[in-house]
Design a protein around this ligand. Structure first.
Ligand code: URA
Length: 235
């Protein structure tokens, strides 16, 4: 990896900032001062220091975003704004991608990482990682619906969903619910309610496995996971 990229990735400033730091002779690789940011280094093997302090390299980044409505869960789109467009540059350099998709109008907890193995584990239906959503439903959600969701809703295309846990929080003309699903079919929750003749008006993911959305993150904000949160996610 290029030295200037490594230092920028590790949070020592923009590419331009680190170029200057390198030019000023403040960076050593294996004990030698280097003045060219373009040189390639192997950060896992070589001793890279900035102002004498060892640069501890990490390959992966793990981010929690409170996804706002109106952006798509993708890294690139020809028309729409993507969740990765909302990331500060210091995170973008790691090339993170969203773990699974939330619809454009869905809000809430979105994990972004460049760790493909973790993403796979979280999304695999075999691993049964529960994804918890808060939803507002146009219609009266009943105990009968709770039972149907528990047994496995049949979608309009005949697919039988895995059992889902539906909890009624407010039961009126518009109901509020929590729902936990372990798969991630296209528009799954909207289609599950559609199958019971109801419409989802608002959808927000609040948990993945045991990891809850940080209540202090405003829509569009993002932060790195703490070590403890990462452990929770890795299970
Ligand atoms: N189910 C949906 O219908 N939409 C989402 O964004 C997530 C789950």
């Amino acid at each position: 990896m290029r030295l200037d990229k490594l230092l920028a990735n590790m949070g020592y400033g923009s590419r331009k900032d680190v170029k200057n730091i390198i030019k000023q002779g403040q960076v050593q690789v294996d004990g030698e001062t280097v003045k060219n940011g373009k040189i390639h280094v192997e950060p896992e093997k070589q001793d890279v220091r900035i102002k004498g302090e060892r640069v501890s390299y990490r390959k992966h980044i793990y981010l929690m975003m409170n996804k706002p409505p109106g952006v798509v869960s993708a890294t690139e789109d020809s028309k729409e704004k993507c969740v990765t467009d909302l990331l500060p540059e210091r995170y973008q350099t790691f090339n993170p991608f969203p773990v699974g998709r939330l619809d454009k109008d869905t809000e809430g907890l979105l994990i972004l990482t460049n760790d493909g193995q973790l993403a796979h584990r979280l999304l695999s239906p075999k691993k049964d990682v529960g994804k918890t959503y808060f939803a507002i439903i146009d219609g009266l959600v009943t105990e009968r619906d709770v039972q149907i969701f528990k047994e496995g809703v049949t979608l309009e295309d005949g697919y039988i969903c895995k059992p889902a846990e539906l909890t009624i929080l407010r039961q009126e003309k518009q109901s509020e619910v929590h729902i936990v699903i372990t798969e991630g079919k296209f528009h799954q929750i909207k289609r599950m309610f559609k199958a019971t003749d109801k419409t989802v008006l608002y959808l927000k993911r609040i948990k993945m496995g045991n990891l809850g959305l940080d209540q202090h993150l405003k829509p569009g904000e993002v932060r790195e996971l703490t070590d403890e949160e990462l452990k929770m996610l890795k299970g």
